[in-house]
Design a protein around this ligand. Structure first.
Ligand SMILES: NC(=O)c1ccc[n+]([C@@H]2O[C@H](COP(=O)([O-])OP(=O)(O)OC[C@H]3O[C@@H](n4cnc5c(N)ncnc54)[C@H](OP(=O)(O)O)[C@@H]3O)[C@@H](O)[C@H]2O)c1
Length: 236
């Protein structure tokens, strides 16, 4: 049994974020999710936030703090893809993906760090992707934004590591969610052939790794990149 914490998961209304929030609830934590629309799972507090907007992130934290107390665990999960080959990738395709995936993590973690520094405790988990380190044709924007999270987490570790705060990256492989459902069947079959486990992962498998990184048992793990990818990214 780990100490019950106040947890905030961004993008907790569907997909991996929803599963992460469910897992933290199941483990007895006080859990809030941010959503632009919809709701988090049962037992969570849903607050509205767009991670591209610092004021909206600030308001969401203020609402969570009022209801559940200072945020001790933050999971920067909200993310988007806008895939396309480089020659066809627009400025907007690039900047919007970087601003959501990397800029969003920056805004959320910066806001969370206030309370964590005061409490001299915190767990920061950034949801990256196997594509961050492996690369992906047609995903220059997404891959760059996800690789950058590694430098971000490692810099945080150096800055705040001595204050009881850890910052880690979880790098899922292909996970069954809306994000992968849009891939053509043929592409999905090709991907499965390259995954040693021979299948896509589940959101719950990602959630369990994240909950463990936030637990009391993982207090000496920081700056790590933890793959949850069935072996797809080995060596990267
Ligand atoms: N699925 C995979 O195979 C896979 C693999 C590796 C990594 N990941 C990463 O895992 C994370 C979750 O992915 P998923 O598959 O669960 O994706 P998803 O089903 O598409 O859900 C994405 C979540 O992010 C939220 N979001 C997007 N832009 C946002 C913004 N500007 N402000 C606030 N929330 C925003 C969405 O909110 P709305 O509902 O309002 O759009 C939604 O809750 C992402 O960071 C993704 O890159 C996924």
């Amino acid at each position: 049994m780990t100490t019950p914490r106040t947890v905030l998961v961004t993008g907790g209304n569907r997909g991996i974020g929803f599963a992460i929030a469910e897992e933290f609830v199941a483990q007895g934590h006080r859990v809030a999710v941010t959503a632009r629309s919809g709701q988090g799972p049962e037992g969570t507090l849903t607050v509205v936030a767009d991670v591209t907007d610092a004021a909206s992130v600030d308001a969401a934290f203020t609402a969570v703090e009022a209801e559940l107390g200072p945020v001790e665990v933050v999971v920067a999960n909200a993310g988007i893809t806008k895939d396309g080959l480089l020659m066809r990738m627009t400025e907007e395709d690039f900047t919007s993906v970087v601003d959501t995936n990397l800029g969003g993590a920056f805004r959320v973690v910066k806001r969370a760090s206030k309370g964590m520094l005061k409490a001299r405790f915190g767990r920061i988990v950034l949801v990256s992707s196997v594509v961050g380190l492996l690369g992906g044709a047609g995903q220059a924007n997404y891959s760059a934004s996800k690789a950058a999270l590694v430098g971000f987490a490692r810099s945080l570790t150096r800055e705040v590591g001595a204050r009881g705060i850890t910052a880690n990256v979880v790098a899922p492989g292909f996970v069954e969610t809306d994000m992968t459902a849009v891939l053509p069947d043929e592409q999905q079959a090709d991907y499965k052939k390259s995954i040693p486990a021979g299948r896509f992962g589940t959101a719950s498998e990602v959630a369990k790794a994240i909950a463990w990184l936030a637990s009391d048992d993982a207090g000496y793990i920081s700056g790590a990149v933890v793959p949850v990818d069935g072996g797809l990214g080995m060596g990267h």
